[in-house]
Design a protein around this ligand. Structure first.
Ligand code: ADE
Length: 245
């Protein structure tokens, strides 16, 4: 059976959305992954099928009820033991190693919140992973779920061409990528770095590494610190992070 995304949401029509196009869309058609949505609304309570209620302690907005989410999660639990991930700005930052871990399993169950979020107790009770895609607040978890899935799908076996996936493995160290250039060699008075036209593969590799390191140091001190710490720990046998941003 192919890799399966199960998405619990009040807006099931948002899926597969953009993931029905391009690389992910073709992979979906080929059956390389499956997209199953669970509408949270039918699990709601009362005449209005309410999924939320006012927060204890007061404050703005509404909170999604733990009992409603619990039953919805029960209905989504299949034979496979897959991680349950709740998309929230309160989560820990989503990283490429998380994506690789999700891809290595049978799939993921994604819980998309709206309003102020989900009652904390159901997240604790069901050992739900809480993940954020960045330090900004979206209107709901759905766009974040689409992003998480996009990052997973491109790594599934058979989705990317062997050329692209090969590159992922060979430049693997947790640095930002070096800059890219193509024709024309001169554009609006701007030229391409000379070394890239030299045909000297060793010099090109050295230039690219230096560019990667400089960009990472300048733009992402957090990644640079992790990279430097790894280098210091492994001065003889390196164990690089298995990705490049
Ligand atoms: N839901 C709302 N904002 C989010 C974010 N930054 N990451 C993940 N889920 C979210």
């Amino acid at each position: 059976m192919s890799w399966k995304a199960t998405i619990l949401t009040l807006f099931p029509e948002m899926f597969p959305g953009p993931l029905g196009q391009s690389l992910a869309g073709k992979a979906l058609e080929k059956g390389l992954w499956r997209c199953e949505t669970r509408d949270l609304r039918p699990f709601g309570l009362g005449r209005h099928k309410s999924v939320d209620d006012t927060p204890f302690g007061g404050g703005a907005g509404m909170v999604m009820r733990p009992d409603v989410i619990d039953t919805a999660l029960d209905s989504a639990a299949g034979a496979e033991d897959v991680p349950v991930v709740y998309l929230t700005p309160r989560g820990r930052p989503l990283t490429q190693p998380d994506i690789r871990r999700y891809v290595a399993g049978a799939g993921v169950t994604l819980l998309c919140g709206r309003y102020e979020g989900v009652d904390e107790r159901v997240l604790q009770a069901r050992a739900v992973e809480q993940v954020s895609i960045g330090d900004y607040v979206l209107s709901g978890g759905e766009p974040a779920a689409l992003i998480l899935l996009d990052a997973c799908i491109r790594l599934l076996p058979g989705v990317m061409g062997s050329a692209e996936s090969g590159e992922e493995e060979s430049f693997s160290d947790g640095l930002l990528e070096y800059p890219h250039y193509t024709r024309p060699a001169e554009w609006q008075g701007r030229t391409v770095p000379e070394v890239l036209l030299s045909g000297n593969h060793a010099a090109i590799a050295a230039w690219r590494r230096e560019q990667s390191e400089t960009a990472t140091r300048d733009r992402r001190p957090d990644l640079w610190a992790a990279y430097s710490a790894r280098l210091n720990r492994n001065t003889t046998a390196g164990s690089p992070a298995a990705f490049r941003y």
